[in-house]
Design a protein around this ligand. Structure first.
Ligand SMILES: C[S@@+](CC[C@H](N)C(=O)[O-])C[C@H]1O[C@@H](n2cnc3c(N)ncnc32)[C@H](O)[C@@H]1O
Length: 261
């Protein structure tokens, strides 16, 4: 079987997307940092016994491993793309995390049961998966959690009252973004050079995860697709000022769930 390769090699499409959409340089990073800080505040409030084992389910190049490492005794990180996992290895070495980190070259669904994680991160993964595997994979992750364990998800957010699908690619160096059907989305998965994205309608997404025995603790939208934002404005606070504002804004969303005993 051909080894898995993430379709956006070296993140060229994603970087063009950010360049095209961010209202000022560094906004994209600042917007995600706000989410990471919210999540870290939550992790800090957990008792010691709830901060033992952390799984980064789809760590990519490993950029988030040093961010969460200080709060956990043991880290498991996996990614099916071996090139990205090698980048993660470098980050682990540079940050002196080798002793507490184990890396696996596999897909989330291939990780075996009975893992007892306290915290699982799924950062920008679900939007790139075949549609019929999203909830089985989430169910698998939930099975790997301890009672009271936390699942943090960041993924694409639909501002329509239903899920939306797109594909992005570069043509003569220019970003092309096209709305596509769910069927075409599923056909595009794994085609190098084309990045399909699934934007989830947040209420349906939440309700489905609730049925898997999880309660939602936090929900925020981020990465505003609004031109002309001034760098000094706390745009992301405004986007999240009410459920109505959240429904209309944000290219991405962050959800934090706790496993009910
Ligand atoms: C957009 S990147 C996000 C990487 C990282 N989580 C981050 O936030 O920087 C998507 C990653 O998902 C990985 N991936 C694809 N299918 C996966 C699966 N079934 N299980 C786990 N990771 C997967 C890809 O190899 C790629 O590294």
């Amino acid at each position: 079987m051909k080894a898995y390769q993430y379709p956006d090699t070296h993140d060229v499409i994603t970087n063009q997307y950010i360049k095209h959409h961010e209202p000022y340089p560094q906004y994209w990073q600042k917007s995600e940092d706000r989410i990471l800080n919210r999540l870290i505040d939550h992790l800090r409030s957990l008792p010691e016994k709830g901060r033992q084992r952390f799984l980064d389910a789809g760590c990519g190049g490993g950029r988030l491993l040093p961010v969460f490492a200080p709060y956990f005794r043991e880290i498991i990180a996996l990614d099916p793309d071996n090139n990205r996992l090698n980048m993660a290895k470098d980050i682990i070495n540079k940050n002196n995390l080798t002793e507490k980190t184990s890396l696996f070259n596999c897909k989330t669904e291939e990780l075996k049961d009975q893992q007892n994680f306290d915290f699982i991160l799924s950062s920008h993964i679900l939007q790139h998966l075949p549609t019929n595997s999203v909830f089985p994979i989430l169910e698998h992750l939930i099975n790997l959690l301890n009672p009271n364990g936390l699942l943090a998800v960041t993924t694409c957010h639909s501002i329509a009252p239903h899920d939306v699908y797109t594909k992005s690619y570069l043509e003569n160096g220019q970003l092309q973004e096209i709305a596509i059907s769910k069927e075409e989305f599923n056909r595009c998965i794994d085609q190098t050079g084309i990045l399909p994205a699934h934007f989830f309608e947040s209420e349906t997404f939440t309700k489905t995860i609730n049925t898997l025995g999880m309660e939602r603790l936090d929900f925020q939208v981020f990465h505003a697709n609004i031109p002309d934002i001034h760098p000094l404005t706390d745009t992301d606070d405004l986007l999240n000022a009410s459920p109505e504002m959240q429904a209309q804004h944000g290219r991405d969303m962050y959800l934090l769930f706790r496993k009910i005993n």
